[in-house]
Write a protein that binds this ligand. Structure first.
Ligand SMILES: [Zn+2]
Length: 133
């Protein structure tokens, strides 16, 4: 789907484009002005993309975020980026959600949270992540 948009074969309300990236309105916005930023080349998720692509994508994310503040007068901007279905990724093409937020927009600001049973469990989880580096 996003490859087709990047190729110009599917319609989208494009707000910014350069050689490596594309930014367009999400068709199911959380807030009006919700933008998706993608690399034009196909990468399933963040884990696949080389550093140069990530640099280009993040520059576009920053550009869009500044435009939401300047153009939409957003009070804040939230980024959401999901990898894998378990994380809520629906379209398997790397994308960042850049969502303008307003002081009284009524949309949720927080998320569900959990707690470690104790410091030993916390430290064991941190060690498992370190071993994956
Ligand atoms: Zn794709």
């Amino acid at each position: 789907m996003f490859c087709r948009i990047a190729a110009g074969a599917a319609a989208a309300a494009v707000v910014y484009e350069d050689d490596a990236t594309l930014a367009f309105l999400d068709s199911m916005p959380m807030i009006k002005g919700h933008v998706l930023v993608i690399p034009k080349a196909h990468y399933t998720d963040l884990g696949e993309a080389p550093a140069a692509v990530l640099g280009a994508v993040m520059q576009t994310v920053q550009r869009v975020m500044r435009a939401q503040r300047g153009g939409l007068k957003a009070d804040g901007v939230r980024l959401i980026q999901s990898n894998g279905a378990a994380a809520g990724q629906v379209v398997p093409h790397l994308h960042f959600h850049v969502i303008p937020r307003f002081d009284n927009d009524g949309a949720p600001r927080g998320w569900a949270h959990t707690e470690y049973a104790d410091d030993a469990e916390r430290d064991a989880v941190a060690e498992r992540i370190r071993t994956g580096l």
